[in-house]
Design a protein around this ligand. Structure first.
Ligand SMILES: O=C(O)COP(=O)(O)O
Ligand SMILES: [Mg+2]
Length: 222
């Protein structure tokens, strides 16, 4: 089945955002007199969107739930800090710009499908120079459902006028793989992101976005 468009995840796929995310999460923790957490620990909390990141960062537990008042104050503090820290150290991963250029020259349409709130997504893409590559940008709060729900990928298919089998999802986590599976789209996972994806079944595990170019060519893009 020819691939006609690609949906790309943001954190851990297009952009290495963890230094700035961790700085904002730790600045939030310090407002609650909590000590800083290691960056790797905070990286393991990323993927399910800001609300979940704030719960996990405040409680230092994957299944942790801060009480509602603390959580609301945590969200406000995180937003305040991440707004100012958004692109201090955040950069595209190696191979991302080359991969996006190759996709564009193949005539593929590109979408960002992230669980990151839109208020951060558009500015961080703009500040890192990636925004012009994308026809559609969906944040975690753009629609009533976010990944792993299929709605964001279904919305991309609808807007591009293609079927799910013609849309390739490229991500770094089980949220991406499950969203693709739920929508009926093929999925490639990058091995450099914020989750160990080695055990996850998908169409392929790759080390650079440029490796997705061959996958698309072999799938018979027109
Ligand atoms: O904001 C998050 O938790 C994750 O964002 P992502 O979907 O781009 O990986
Ligand atoms: Mg990700």
């Amino acid at each position: 089945m020819p691939i006609k468009a690609i949906a790309l995840d943001l954190d851990g796929t297009l952009l290495d955002t963890i230094a700035d995310l961790a700085a904002a999460a730790n600045a939030m923790r310090s407002e609650f007199d909590l000590p800083a957490l290691e960056q790797d620990r905070l990286a393991s909390f990323v993927g399910g969107g800001m609300a979940q990141l704030v719960h996990r960062s405040l409680t230092d537990a994957r299944e942790g739930q801060a009480d509602p008042e603390q959580h609301a104050a945590g969200i406000a503090a995180f937003c305040r800090h991440y707004d100012r820290l958004l692109a201090v150290k955040t950069r595209p991963y190696p191979g991302v710009v080359a991969g996006l250029e190759a996709f564009r020259s193949m005539g593929l349409r590109l979408a960002v499908v992230t669980n990151k709130p839109l208020r951060f997504t558009e500015p961080v893409l703009a500040q890192t120079g990636l925004l012009p590559y994308f026809d559609i940008v969906l944040g975690g709060d753009s629609l009533p459902e976010k990944k792993p729900h299929p709605l964001p990928l279904q919305t991309v298919c609808q807007q591009f006028g293609i079927t799910a089998a013609e849309l390739l999802m490229v991500g770094d986590s089980h949220f991406d793989r499950d969203a693709a599976r739920n929508a009926g789209a093929p999925c490639l996972l990058l091995d450099y992101g914020y989750e160990d994806v080695r055990g996850l079944q998908c169409a392929g595990i790759i080390s650079s976005l440029v490796e997705a170019v061959d996958f698309v060519k072999n799938a018979g893009s027109d």
